[in-house]
Design a binder for this molecule. Structure first.
Ligand SMILES: *[C@@H]1O[C@H](CO)[C@@H](O)[C@H](O)[C@H]1NC(C)=O
Length: 130
């Protein structure tokens, strides 16, 4: 009886464990744009590419630490960014030292343009790592 119950419990836990997928956390922050070049990840990107820099806090804490920023776990990840009814995707290639909020994202103009007119300068975005 005990063994049957224990086996059932383990089966249940295994099923729950296998079926569970943590939802990607959704961040709310400010979106801005900048002219990319050689970023903290060691990639050289341009204004026409869909890339972004995340805040220093986000960059430094994502997936553990790093000694060389080129090796930061966030480098090369993709994020989906929403603004009102618009959406864009960017590859994270840089660390935004000038960002104030921990969930702020500084984008290449090509990505910002998908979301809003550059005249707005700063927009309220919702985003998550893919
Ligand atoms: C950013 O630059 C790197 C290195 O040149 C390149 O591999 C990557 O594809 C670029 N990202 C995008 C989104 O173009």
């Amino acid at each position: 009886m005990f063994f049957t119950a224990a086996a059932s419990l383990y089966a249940l836990l295994a099923a729950v464990g296998l079926g569970y997928a943590a939802p990607a956390s959704v961040n709310h922050g400010d979106g801005t744009f900048f002219t990319p070049g050689l970023g903290a990840c060691g990639y050289t990107n341009s204004s026409t590419q869909h890339i972004a820099a995340v805040s220093k806090q986000f960059f430094d804490s994502f997936g553990g630490g790093y000694s060389n920023p080129n090796d930061a776990p966030i480098c090369g990840k993709w994020a989906t960014i929403h603004y009102n009814d618009k959406t864009t995707r960017v590859q994270i290639v840089d660390r935004c030292g000038g960002c104030v909020g921990p969930t702020d994202v500084d984008m290449a103009p090509a990505a910002f343009d998908d979301l809003a007119d550059e005249k707005l300068g700063r927009i309220k975005i919702t985003w998550s790592i893919d």
